[in-house]
Design a protein around this ligand. Structure first.
Ligand code: 13P
Length: 258
């Protein structure tokens, strides 16, 4: 495959971190350094921070995303936020199916699929997360799990819609543990995901889709991971909370060596 490595997308997932004031300070620190960035930059922030982040990044090349949404437009779903609501405050991306949502909030492949459809309907772009647990990797079922997650998530998604989806491969055992998948392991599963996309859609869709790696990525290991042929970006948790560290990863992505 002739993978489009020109498209490098560095995304941060803040998870449940940062108040609006901390959000403002973070963007004040990073915007001057990111104005000439060639790679795409996305920050997925808590709901409460979105409006502040959108305001701070107006006119910059940083895009703001949410970390979840509900599949209905509105209704009696206490505590939930819809894709329509996110769009109304100029959110551009939404993470769907993060393993923490699957693990702690009973998200299933089916609800992930419904959420993706709702997000795309509102013209939000999606970062779909897939990845296996340590037990699944040790049982040699990584490909089986990732294949099921990807196929169910994309059920009913057309070839035109796939252009608005990024897939993040995040092995659960590498998230927040400091234990990164080796660059070879990460690349191998990202390659496998690309083959699934080729099978579900076509070769061109597979060559052009952005597949990120996520799981303890930082400025020390980003170079090695990002230079792998099938990895076109990172979904970064802990290391995206620190402006200097995040900027360093962006600089690596822009260095031309990845
Ligand atoms: P860490 O980078 O903190 O391991 O988190 C990865 C992640 O879950 C991003 O979505």
């Amino acid at each position: 495959m002739n993978i489009n490595k020109k498209k490098t997308v560095i995304a941060g997932n803040w998870k449940m971190n940062k108040t609006p004031i901390e959000t403002k300070n973070f963007f004040k620190d990073i915007i001057p350094v990111t104005t000439t960035s060639k790679c795409d930059i996305i920050l997925c922030v808590p709901y409460i921070d979105i409006s502040y982040a959108v305001k701070e990044t107006k006119g910059s090349n940083i895009k703001i995303g949410a970390q979840n949404c509900h599949w209905e437009e509105s209704g009696a779903f206490t505590g939930e936020v819809s894709a329509k609501m996110l769009k109304s405050i100029d959110t551009q991306y939404v993470i769907i199916g993060h393993s923490e949502r699957r693990l702690y909030f009973a998200e299933t492949d089916t609800t992930v699929n419904k959420k993706i459809k709702a997000a795309l309907k509102e013209n939000l772009k999606v970062i779909l997360c897939v990845g296996e647990s340590l037990e699944e990797r040790e049982n040699d079922t990584t490909n089986e799990v990732v294949s099921r997650q990807t196929k169910v998530a994309l059920k009913g998604i057309t070839i035109n819609q796939i252009e608005n989806i990024i897939i993040a491969y995040e092995p659960l055992w590498a998230i927040g543990t400091g234990k990164t998948a080796t660059a070879e392991q990460a690349d191998e599963t990202c390659t496998f995901i690309r083959e699934i996309i080729s099978h579900l859609y076509n070769r061109s869709a597979a060559e052009n889709i952005v597949i990120q790696y996520g799981g303890s990525m930082n400025s020390k290991n980003a170079q090695e991971l990002l230079s792998k042929p099938n990895i076109n970006g990172g979904l970064i948790g802990g290391a995206s909370l620190n402006a200097n560290e995040f900027v360093e990863i962006i600089n690596i992505a822009n260095s031309g060596n990845v």
